[in-house]
Design a protein. Structure first.
Length: 175
């Protein structure tokens, strides 16, 4: 019998997220100059910054290569950002080696087929409620929130609450 997601959350030390469809709603706006823009949820940003300030590892592995995305994530204090990742397993294995962590300590949230191989390897596979059926099928937890609408905040907050670290008393400044 497999464990429930709440039983796995105490061992989570690392969060890995996809961007498009997880940190964004998966819609790309195209300007007249051809620039691609996305929107990210401020509540997700708050949760990411909180987790970083509490010492969790945060990693982004995305097939997209928008430097505006990198700038936003770096502004939150995220240093481990892999953009243009067409084989996410390669970056995942590299990250495990660099950080010397076990896959069992990782919560990965993805929404589409490119996330599938990595999600099969981690301790806690999660997805937004609007993820494709194949990803929902392998996810131990499906957020009640869609991609770009607070699903990242949802999983981070749950892990921190289970670990007794989400109490609303933080000294850091957030934007």
């Amino acid at each position: 019998m497999s464990k429930s997601y709440k039983e796995i959350m105490p061992q989570i030390s690392t969060f890995i997220f996809d961007v498009d469809g997880v940190l964004t709603n998966g819609i790309v706006h195209i300007s007249t100059t051809g620039e691609l823009t996305r929107a990210m949820n401020i509540k997700d940003g708050y949760a990411l910054k909180t987790a970083i300030d509490l010492g969790y590892n945060i990693c982004i592995i995305s097939g997209g290569a928008n430097e505006g995305v990198r700038k936003r994530l770096e502004g939150l204090g995220i240093n481990d950002i892999y953009l243009g990742a067409h084989n996410k397993m390669f970056q995942f294995k590299e990250y495990l080696e660099i950080k010397n962590i076990s896959p069992n300590e990782i919560l990965y949230m993805g929404d589409d087929i490119p996330d599938f191989p990595v999600m099969k390897e981690v301790g806690l596979a999660c997805c937004p409620k609007d993820a494709v059926p194949e990803i929902q099928e392998i996810s131990l937890y499906i957020s009640h929130f869609k991609g770009g609408f607070g699903c990242v905040r949802d999983v981070i907050e749950q892990v921190l609450k289970v670990q007794g670290k989400w109490n609303g008393q933080f000294d850091a400044k957030y934007d």
